[in-house]
Each structure stands twice: as C-alpha cells, then as structure tokens.
Design a protein around this ligand. Structure first.
Ligand SMILES: NC(=O)c1ccc[n+]([C@@H]2O[C@H](COP(=O)([O-])OP(=O)(O)OC[C@H]3O[C@@H](n4cnc5c(N)ncnc54)[C@H](OP(=O)(O)O)[C@@H]3O)[C@@H](O)[C@H]2O)c1
Length: 276
C-alpha cells in the first residue's frame, strides 16, 4: 500500500461514532478524506472539528444511503471529482432501532436495515470498483457485525414477524456474503475487500438508541477498523471476515455459494428496480 498521505479514502457514515473517529484518524495521518453523511450541518461540524484538530480539510458529500438514487449520485460525484480512490470504507449503518419499533422501509420501499447496511454498500462498491482498480493497490473495508442471522429464503426482507434485531442481523450477514463474492470478482485486480465486526456494543448512537449499556469503546472498534484500512501486513489479504482483529468464521450461510448467489441476485434485482 501507498503511504497514507498519498491515499484518498471515502468513509460512509462519517458524521457518527466509528466513522467520525476514523475520519479524524485518517486526517491525522494526512490522507485525503471524502466524508459521506446524510446531513449538511453534521458534515460541516465534522469538517470544522477535523480542520481545527488536524489542520486538514475534509471533503464532504451529502447522500441519504436509504435512497439508491442518492447512493448512485454519491458514486458519480466521487468518480467525477477524483482520479484516484485507494480505500472505500462502507461504515454507515442503521442499528437495531428502539426496542419494539415497527418495520421501516427506505425511500425505495426496501426494508431499511437491508437497504442501508447492505444494499447501499453493495451498490457503492460496485460503482467504485473501476476507480479503485485503476488506483490499485486499493482496499474496500466493510464494517459488518458479529450479530448475524441467516436470511430466510421465503422472507429475506423480514416482512413477517419483524423485529429490528433480526432485520439488522440479516442485513449484516448479507454484507459479509457480498464481501466474499466481491473478493472473488476482484482476484488479480489489486483491490482487496474484507469485512469486520469492529467491537461489541460500542458507545455510539445506535447502541444508545436500543437502550443497550455500551460494552466497548469507539476506540476499540477504531483500532480493528484501522487495521483493515492501513495495516501494511494485510496487503493482498482479501475475502476475510474479522471479529475485531482476529480472523473469524461468519454464520455458515455466508460460506454457502448457492445462498450467496441467491442474495446476489436479490440484491441486483432490488438495485435495478430502484434505479429503473
Ligand atoms: N456500535 C456497535 O457496537 C457496532 C457493533 C458492530 C457493528 N457496528 C457497525 O459499525 C458501523 C458504525 O456504527 P456506529 O456504531 O458508529 O453507529 P452510529 O454512531 O449510529 O453511526 C452510524 C452512521 O451511519 C449513518 N447512517 C445511518 N443511516 C444512514 C442513512 N440513511 N444514510 C446515510 N448515513 C446513514 C449515521 O448518520 P448520522 O450521523 O446522520 O446519524 C452514522 O454516521 C455500522 O455499520 C454498525 O452496524 C457497530
């Protein structure tokens, strides 16, 4: 990998817990950071804080990842503004929600956790692969979770018996499945893709929203994520899932090629339907 001060890094979910901490760390190391958020005020606040702390400017892009049109526009903006991209960190996510909350859907009418945690990351990565490939060596880091549940063939978008924890865990497993598939597609390109569980119940907005007592710090999740972004010993490592800093086995559904093909077809169909 190149030195960080010669890398351009796109971080989604940059205005919240882990993403925000990652943007600060990247700026401290002199990386050119493109920070995605869904709210202009929070993006301006982030850019101001980072500039005061590090003297580095952060480029911001507003996009609501619950809209695949916005995801597509985000990708297009990056492609138009940058002739290189070395790391994509798909970090944005929607958590369990409040306890007892009812099912929510994205702007495109897709179950919200599947749409933001998995589909947005899926589409963004695929749109940016040509730029990442031409910038190689490059990395894609998928911030997933150890909280995983197999997708139900008859009800992948949790239309029946909904609860936020189930929907979140299915979406996170879909993200890991997409990571394994994409790693296969990227063999020989110089672009790697890995997924991780950053840390368990970090003290962030999604954990507080669920009313869960935090069990770890954002700093712990940052260390695990930072390793996948910047550790030179992971050069060339691709298609792995990490629990923190340890290589781990995800839910067995992720290792089933037939299940992965099914989720991939479902994802392609949902993206195509949303984008028309
Ligand atoms: N917290 C944990 O213990 C834990 C454990 C395992 C995995 N993770 C994963 O770690 C990642 C970061 O989560 P976090 O803990 O830092 O939680 P967080 O503080 O709630 O951050 C989530 C981020 O996602 C963004 N986001 C949510 N919905 C969005 C949308 N529709 N469009 C664009 N951005 C959206 C949020 O934007 P706003 O700033 O505008 O709200 C925020 O920046 C997530 O993928 C999460 O699933 C977290």
């Amino acid at each position: 990998m190149r030195p960080l001060d010669r890398q351009t890094v796109l971080v989604t979910g940059a205005t919240g817990g882990l993403g925000r901490a990652l943007v600060h760390r990247l700026a401290e190391h002199g990386a050119r950071v493109v920070a995605q958020g869904r709210n202009e005020e929070r993006l301006a606040l982030l850019a101001g804080d980072v500039e005061r702390a590090t003297g580095r400017r952060v480029e911001t892009v507003r996009a609501d990842l619950a809209s695949l049109t916005d995801v597509d526009r985000l990708a297009q903006t990056v492609l138009e503004r940058h002739d290189a991209l070395h790391v994509l960190v798909n970090n944005a996510g929607v958590g369990f929600g409040a306890r007892g909350a009812t099912r929510e859907v994205s702007t495109d009418g897709i179950e919200l956790r599947f749409a933001v945690n998995h589909l947005a990351a899926y589409h963004l990565a695929r749109r940016l692969v040509p730029l990442l490939t031409s910038s190689a060596p490059a990395r894609i880091v998928q911030v997933a979770s150890a909280g995983q549940l197999p997708l139900d063939h008859d009800d992948p978008l949790t239309e029946h018996g909904y609860d936020g924890v189930t929907a979140y865990r299915r979406a996170k497993l879909a993200q890991v499945m997409a990571t394994f598939d994409l790693a296969g597609d990227l063999v020989g390109t110089g672009v790697t893709v890995n997924a991780l569980h950053p840390a368990t119940f970090m003290d962030t907005a999604m954990v507080r929203e669920y009313g869960q007592q935090p069990l770890s710090t954002v700093e712990e999740g940052l260390e695990a994520t930072w390793r996948l972004v910047a550790d030179p010993t992971l050069d060339g490592v691709s298609g792995w899932y990490f629990d923190g800093t340890e290589q781990a086995r995800p839910d067995p559904q992720a290792e089933d090629p037939a299940a992965r093909s099914w989720v991939r077809e479902l994802s392609d169909r949902l993206v195509a339907d949303a984008l028309g």
